[in-house]
Design a protein around this ligand. Structure first.
Ligand code: DU
Ligand code: SF4
Length: 229
């Protein structure tokens, strides 16, 4: 399986009835006024980035008018403005903005996925939805670790991403520390593949407006974590 093949499979998933209904209702009747003339993706968000990545960034879930509109991770929303600007400063992204597919943005060495791949109401997936989508995240971890880059580092944005990675890693039979490592900005946990290969998990506060508007997450703080990737 290649990342493109996995993305194609994810893109047609309908396993969570509440999320399928929400992603499609936003895409049809519920578009934001400023985007009313645009077609919306309205499906699970596929991964984005370098198929040979050794770093995987794990977000929360598509934004209703962001990824659920543009079909690309962190594209067309305020969270993405923060993330891609930081990835550009660090040399991972070819440009600082991510507007829409076809805008020329390319990532080097990094691939981006979400813990839950369909936009959830109020950005809050249920426990059951997180568990259901965990299978897709596990396949992405597996695929990256078996890929040409070899998975070295995971960056979880927010505690949902952190918990999602730990759950998916356990599901794959990877070595995960006990007791469960605690999420925090700059937190680090040492995971290992079944063959003993080390994989580092880093945590960062999520790049959502809740954190960036309030100053809970600053550019300096985000750059400091990205420098450790
Ligand atoms: O602040 P915002 O750009 O509207 O994003 C809403 C929400 O979705 C926030 O919690 C970040 C999250 N998110 C994400 O995890 N992945 C994406 O690609 C876009 C947004
Ligand atoms: Fe499928 Fe994940 Fe979307 Fe649920 S959230 S429908 S498991 S892609």
């Amino acid at each position: 399986l290649t990342p493109a093949e996995l993305d194609a499979r994810v893109s047609v998933c309908r396993a969570c009835p509440r999320l399928v209904a929400w992603r499609e209702s936003v895409a049809t009747r519920g578009r934001r006024a400023s985007f009313a003339d645009q077609p919306y993706w309205g499906r699970p968000g596929p991964s984005f980035g370098d198929p040979a990545a050794s770093v995987l960034i794990v977000g929360l879930a598509p934004a209703a008018n962001g990824t659920n509109r543009t079909g690309r991770m962190f594209t067309g929303d305020r969270s993405g403005d923060w993330l891609y600007a930081a990835l550009h400063r660090a040399g991972y992204a070819s440009q600082p903005t991510s507007v829409a597919a076809g805008d020329g943005l390319e990532l080097t060495g990094i691939r981006i996925v979400a813990t839950v791949r369909c936009a959830p109401p109020a950005n809050r997936p249920s426990t059951e939805e997180k568990a259901t989508c965990s299978g897709w995240l596990a396949r992405d971890l597996e695929l990256t670790s078996a890929g040409p880059g070899g998975l070295r580092t995971l960056l979880a944005l927010g505690s949902i991403g952190w918990d999602g990675v730990l759950g998916a890693a356990r599901r794959l039979g990877w070595q995960v520390p006990r007791p469960k490592p605690r999420f925090g900005h700059g937190a680090e946990a040492a995971l290992a593949l079944p063959d003993g290969t080390d994989v580092r998990l880093l945590g960062s506060y999520h790049v959502s407006q809740q954190n960036t508007f309030t100053g809970k997450l600053t550019e300096v703080m985000l750059d400091a974590v990205i420098a450790r990737l």
